[in-house]
Design a protein around this ligand. Structure first.
Ligand code: 5AD
Ligand code: SF4
Length: 591
């Protein structure tokens, strides 16, 4: 017997039994509500019955084709405006109260990258609207949701191990408290889909990165004792209208998601399969969120996306008329050049103009999408940090080709020189993969020499981990033994540290502006913050000139900018002596 799966239209669900369908085309993704495995039980069918009747009643008056089409994807919207909450609910064919369930306390746990932190905030924002409360205590949770990562095998293994622990928690829970519901969200949900529910029978819901709006419904289904999943990938979901609830409301910094997905298809990477096609959030909603953060006193915003500088807002007709964009010299893509749309330089311009006292960063960019306008703007605006993450992945042109990165070692290094000429003092960071398919010792040495030549200040160095579905999985051989991969990671890390230590040592004696984050982890007598290059700076928490010219002295607080004279350094941290409080505008003239 085939697994009993729902049929998806847009993001709405129709039970195929209710439609009288016995077979239906394989959907792009699926939702299941009634007994997932081949042994779909009698209980499963019985559990479906109540909701079946409700669905049948709804279907008697049935939705129009138009109503379903509302959920379909539109490559270009003529105008963009945030829907009101009332519009959002009235647009649904099925009354949301059908799926209300009984909200309880949710415990959210995040794994992986900053995108997942942002996804957690979005998921929480959606659940909060549905009446859920948040808890930071695992033991008192009614719902436990893990926002997962699939990028390397190890990341997934961590989740499987965590599930073993949660399983015990679920089994121990007294019946009087009702069932504990466990959900897998994000990339691992998207990659493994129903396999998670088959393998871990105690997982109740599975929700891919584009289905967080469906969480209240999925949880309501789970409450009736059935497993439920929605892993539909969207061409347009950017959660533009969902204001993420910041995990730490008193934080001085915030991340603002500006685009989702990736079209690059690097041969090793699972992301295009788990997060879907590249799409950009309309500029109006980004500006609105940054303005709101500025009003709340947030002092640093990092624009976030899988390929942040590939941003291309096509939500308004007039944006389509903009001049075509150019790739960085010597770079290519596997897809045809994209035309039109409002580009990253324009977005950066508008975002950085909102609040001159708010620092702007962005991550992660792809080295291919760096027109000169971006560097020009970074140079001109004192509040755009002179810091770039430029993932190189390998220093060997042969391996870069196998990785389908769209550039050679020489083109990458030319870009680095161009960046350094355009932005003197810029700090550079990178991602590097060691031991990719076919990587010889000579290829590895090319990466070592590139790391030495560039002198990165931050680097994330990974051993290659083969991922199913990727081009490398299908076409190449994962032939570098694990111990060799590990040795190469260690060698690269050592060379990187050497370079970072030298660069940081060169900062001794400089005056730098530090945005205070709070007390240092090591000592309550010290404060910790970040300089323009995003390097951690520690300095004593002593009284200093308040910077107003009044002669008063103060202790610096989180969110203050402090002028610090750097006195010592290692590969990761700088230490210094605080001189006085300052502002970005004032310090731009000084440093
Ligand atoms: N194995 C190891 N590292 C990977 N990355 C992406 N896919 C893999 C993989 N299969 C790394 C890349 C990317 C970062 C986010 O993760 O360096 O830039
Ligand atoms: Fe993965 Fe490449 Fe896309 Fe980055 S650019 S998310 S490495 S496919």
């Amino acid at each position: 017997m085939q697994p009993f799966r729902g049929l998806i239209l847009g993001t709405r669900f129709l039970c195929p039994k209710a439609l009288g369908l016995t077979s239906f085309p394989a959907p792009q993704a699926w939702i299941s509500t009634c007994g997932l495995d081949s042994g779909a039980s009698v209980e499963g069918d019985a559990g479906c019955k109540g909701s079946l009747e409700a669905f049948q009643a709804k279907l008697a008056t049935g939705p129009s084709l138009q109503q379903f089409l509302q959920g379909a994807t539109h490559p270009v919207q003529e105008t963009h405006r945030l829907p009101t909450e009332a519009e959002e609910t009235s647009a649904s064919y099925l009354d949301p109260s059908t799926f209300a369930g009984s909200p309880g306390k949710v415990y959210l746990e995040t794994y992986g990258c900053q995108m997942n932190v942002n996804d957690t905030e979005i998921a929480w924002s959606i659940l909060q609207r549905s009446g859920y409360q948040r808890t930071t205590r695992l033991e008192e949770a009614d719902v436990i949701l893990l926002v997962t990562c699939s990028i390397r095998e190890k990341a997934e293994q961590t989740i499987w191990n965590r599930l073993k622990h949660l399983k015990t928690l679920k089994l121990k829970r007294p019946a009087s408290q009702g069932a504990l519901r466990i959900g897998i969200l994000g990339c691992m949900a998207e990659r493994l889909k129903e396999k998670i529910l088959d393998r871990e029978r105690l997982v109740d819901i599975v929700a891919g990165p584009d289905s967080y709006r469906d969480l209240p419904r999925l949880l309501a289904v789970a409450e009736s004792g059935q497993q439920a999943a929605n892993v539909l990938l969207s061409l347009e979901e950017t959660y533009a209208d969902i204001l993420p609830v910041q995990t730490n409301p008193s934080a001085t910094s915030a991340f603002v998601s500006i685009m989702r997905g990736c079209d690059n298809m690097c041969s090793y990477c699972i992301v295009p399969f788990t997060r879907g096609r590249e799409r950009s959030r309309p500029i109006a909603s980004i500006l609105q969120e940054v303005q709101m953060l500025s009003d709340q006193g947030v002092k640093e915003v990092t624009l976030l996306g899988q390929n942040v500088n590939s941003y291309r807002d096509v939500s308004e007709v007039q944006f389509l008329l903009s001049v075509p964009s150019h790739l960085s010299r010597g770079f290519s893509t596997i897809y045809r050049p994209k035309q039109g749309g409002l580009r990253f330089a324009e977005l950066l311009d508008r975002v950085s103009a909102i609040d001159p006292e708010m620092r702007i960063r962005f991550t992660s960019p792809h080295p291919k999408d760096f027109p000169d306008e971006v560097f020009q703007l970074m140079k001109e605006r004192h509040n755009i940090c002179k810091q770039l993450h430029l993932p190189v992945q390998s220093g060997s042109s042969r391996i870069l080709e196998a990785m389908r990165r769209g550039y050679t070692r020489e083109a990458y290094l030319e870009l680095v020189h161009h960046v350094r000429d355009s932005l003197p003092g810029v700090t550079l960071g990178s991602d590097i993969i060691a031991g990719f398919c076919g990587e010889t010792e000579a290829d590895h040495q090319q990466t070592v020499s590139l790391v030495r030549e560039v002198g990165y200040r931050t680097a994330f160095i990974f051993a290659y981990s083969e991922r199913q579905k990727t081009r490398a999985f299908h076409r190449l051989k994962d032939d570098v033994p694990l111990d060799v991969k590990r040795r190469r990671v260690t060698e690269l890390t050592d060379v990187f540290r050497e370079g970072a230590s030298q660069a940081n040592a060169a900062a001794v004696g400089q005056m730098q502006v530090v945005l205070v984050e709070g007390p240092s982890k090591r000592s309550a007598l010290e404060l910790s913050g970040r300089n323009d290059g995003n390097i951690k700076v520690i300095f004593p928490d002593v009284k200093m000139d308040d910077g107003t010219g009044s002669g008063s002295t103060v202790h610096a607080q989180p969110g203050d900018y402090v002028l610090v004279k750097i006195s010592s350094a290692n590969s990761q941290t700088l230490k210094g002596i605080p001189l006085r409080r300052t502002t970005l505008r004032e310090s731009a003239a000084l440093c």
